[in-house]
Design a protein around this ligand. Structure first.
Ligand code: GDP
Ligand code: ZN
Length: 356
C-alpha cells in the first residue's frame, strides 16, 4: 500500500490535519465519488466512505462536499470496511464549474492538482484563443499550467507554432509531443514526481487518453479502470478517477474535468469577462482600476446588484496573474528559446518525412 506522501500528502495538509489527528481521525484521499459515496485511499487500504451527517448539515453548498482529489479526515466504522468523512481539508487547487443561471452554485470536478496539462492538438484543434481560455481556467484553479501541443507528427511547422503559442503563454512551459509515436514525452517526467498530482484539460480527440496510456506504461482502453488483485488473489477491475502512476505521481481523470472542455465552444479570452469589459467602457477614466475611482461604472453595477463583487475580484486576480507572468516572460523566453529549439530539433527531426 502506498504511504501518504505517495498519495500527495505534504506539509500543507499535515498542518491542516493537526486538529483531526488529535481526535484520532485518519487521513485519506478521495479517488472516486458516486452519489454521495466515496472511494478513499488511506496509507493502508482503500475503502468506501460517506460524509458525516453534521458535515452535510453545515455545508453551504456543493463546494463544501468532498470531490475527487480531496484530502479528508476519516473515522472508521468498527468491523466494517466502511468509514465516515468528518471533514474536508483545505484545497490547494480546484477545478469547478459554475452551474448556469443566477445561482453561484459551484460544482467541484477535481481538487489538489499540482500541474494541469493543457492539451491542444497541432491539427485542426490548434487555436491560440483556446489556449488562452485553458490558461484562464488553470489560473483560476490554482494549479500550475503546462501547455502540451499534441500530435506534433501532424504539424508542418512545429517551431512556428511554438513561437506563436509562446506569445500567449506568458511564461507557461510549452512542450510539443506525439503521444502516438512516443516522441517528446521525456520532459513531462519533470512534472510527475512522487506525490505530484496532474490532470488534463483539452478538447475531445486531442490525444489525452493516448498520452495517459503512455504515462500508465501500458495500453488500456479505459484508463480509469485499474486492475488489481483482490484479497483472494483474483483480478478485479476497480474504477478510480485518482490513479497512482507507475513512475510516481498521481493522475486525476474525472468526467467533470473532461467536460470542462465544453467551455471551449466559442468564447474568447476576454469574452469570459466581456460583461465587465463592456461596463468598464462607461467608467470615467479609461484606465479605471475599478477600486476607488470616481464615476466607476463597474462599481456602480456591483452596487446595483447587476454584477457580483466576486466576479470582479476574479477578473482582477486573473489580470494580476497575467501581468505577473508577462513581467517574467521576456527574460525567461530568451533563456528558454535556444534550449528549446535544440530539444525540438533533436526530437522531431526523426519524425519528419525524409525527402528524396
Ligand atoms: P482524447 O479524446 O483527448 O482522449 O483523445 P484520444 O487519445 O482518444 O485520441 C484521439 C485520436 O487521436 C485517436 O485516434 C488517436 O489515435 C489519435 N492520436 C492521439 N495522439 C496522437 C498523436 O500524437 N498523433 C496522431 N497523429 N494522432 C494521435
Ligand atoms: Zn471603473
Amino acid at each position: 500500500m502506498p504511504d501518504l506522501i505517495t498519495l500527495g500528502w505534504n506539509a500543507h495538509f499535515e498542518a491542516a490535519f493537526a486538529p483531526y489527528r488529535e481526535q484520532s481521525f485518519e487521513a485519506a484521499r478521495v479517488a472516486l465519488e458516486y452519489q454521495g459515496l466515496y472511494r478513499v485511499m488511506t496509507e493502508r487500504d482503500e475503502l468506501l466512505a460517506e460524509v458525516r451527517g453534521k458535515l452535510r448539515y453545515t455545508a453551504q453548498g456543493r463546494e463544501d462536499f468532498p470531490a475527487v482529489g480531496d484530502w479528508v479526515a476519516l473515522s472508521r466504522l468498527p468491523n466494517e470496511n466502511r468509514a465516515v468523512i468528518e471533514a474536508v481539508l483545505p484545497r490547494t487547487s480546484k477545478f469547478s464549474r459554475k452551474a448556469a443561471g443566477e445561482t453561484s452554485e459551484e460544482q467541484i470536478v477535481a481538487t489538489n492538482i499540482d500541474t494541469v496539462f493543457l492539451v491542444v492538438g497541432l491539427d485542426h484543434n490548434y487555436n491560440l484563443r483556446r489556449i488562452e481560455r485553458y490558461l484562464i481556467l488553470a489560473f483560476e484553479s490554482g494549479a500550475r499550467p503546462v501547455i502540451i501541443l499534441s500530435k506534433a507528427d501532424l504539424a508542418s511547422d512545429i517551431e512556428a507554432c511554438l513561437r506563436e503559442v509562446e506569445q500567449v503563454a506568458l511564461g507557461t512551459p510549452i512542450h510539443a509531443i506525439s503521444a502516438k509515436r512516443g516522441a517528446g514525452l521525456e520532459p513531462l517526467e519533470d512534472y510527475l514526481g512522487v506525490g505530484k498530482t496532474i490532470a488534463f484539460l483539452g478538447s475531445s480527440g486531442v490525444g489525452k487518453s493516448t498520452l495517459i496510456n503512455r504515462l500508465l506504461g501500458e495500453e488500456r482502453q479505459k484508463t480509469q479502470d485499474v486492475r488489481e488483485e483482490d484479497s483472494k488473489g483474483r483480478h478485479t477491475t476497480v474504477h478510480r478517477e485518482l490513479i497512482v502512476l507507475p513512475a510516481g505521481g498521481l493522475l486525476i481523470d474525472t468526467p467533470g474535468m473532461r467536460e470542462l472542455q465544453l467551455w471551449d465552444a466559442g468564447e474568447g479570452l476576454t469574452d469570459s469577462f466581456a460583461d465587465i469589459e463592456e461596463m468598464a467602457a462607461a467608467c470615467r477614466f479609461s484606465d479605471c482600476g475599478h477600486e476607488r475611482e470616481p464615476a466607476c461604472a463597474v462599481k456602480a453595477a456591483i452596487a446595483e446588484g447587476t454584477l457580483a463583487a466576486s466576479r470582479l475580484e476574479n477578473y482582477k486576480k486573473i489580470q494580476k496573474e497575467l501581468e505577473f507572468l508577462e513581467s517574467r516572460t521576456d527574460v525567461r523566453l530568451q533563456q528558454s528559446r535556444k534550449e528549446r529549439d535544440k530539444r525540438v530539433h533533436k526530437v522531431f527531426n526523426r519524425l519528419k518525412p525524409k525527402r528524396g
